[in-house]
Design a binder for this molecule. Sequence first.
Ligand code: ADE
Ligand code: ZN
Length: 330
Amino acid sequence: MHLPKAELHLHIEGTLEPELAFELARRNGVTLPYATTDELRTAYLFDDLQSFLDLYYALMAVLRTEEDFAELADAYLARAAAQGVRHAEIFFDPQAHTARGVPIGTVIEGLGRALERSEEKHGISTQLILCFLRDQSAASALETLAAAGPYLHRITAVGLDSAEVGHPPAKFREVYEEAGRLGLRKVAHAGEEGPPEYIHEALDVLGVERIDHGLRCMEDPELVARLVADRIPLTLCPLSNVRLRAIDILEEHPLPAMLAAGLHCTVNSDDPAYFGGYVGDTFHAVHEALALDHEQLRTLARNSFEAAFLDHDEERRARYLSEVEAYVFD
Ligand code: ADE
Ligand code: ZN
């Protein structure tokens, strides 16, 4: 769907399509435990977040050089452009690469090379969000932020991802305080598999401005009232929620109820190579499965630009918002 939109919840490593994974494996002399792309795709049946993360981290073994990261990001941007994305705020997981001996500079400079050309080549403005792996220690997160020091001009915000349950936001209080001192914006995954308390904690202890997922807020009416009153954006990922079994089927996704409650919902793709669709596909899927009408889709697109970190360029935000209003559905 070509409706102009911002993508605010997208893990660049989750855009690694099997074809590119095999090409990079060949180039870098990495042996994958799958004979073909079809065989790899048969592994894309997940029971929960952890079962996905196991494959997601394993496949990253093929990403080694700056050029690999540049190609990965460029391939994503080309796909996103074809689905109406005009602005993308892109997560990356530096610890998943430094743990394999790939320097953080290789990751950031490689991604940066593709992002620098994005506006001219794909018509997409971009930002980078450095995520900490919450199932690693707080000390490791602090080391990662320090290692990113020379590259902070390329980074807009910090985020928190990976296995949620048992790793509450408060574990990362110190690193978020440091990120704030460095002038970085703050987001965190919360309420994907973890309880509503993690959403409260991400707001109260980490001071995040957006909640990634936030699905489980619906279990806590007071939390919903707070999120509505403070207009905290939620970056929902409906196809991910189905694939990782947070909900059984897309038809049961609470997105319509969340919109009706007045929550500032956005719709995003999370890890599109693994979850069956990019963000335009996701808009199409919620249109069909949840009977969202065109004006509700327009609201989701408008919300995405309103929630974007475009405060430094309000003219651009206004331009994108006028594209949303001018869009004619076919
Ligand atoms: N890393 C990549 N995708 C993720 C997700 N859906 N939740 C947490 N961490 C992730
Ligand atoms: Zn995510």
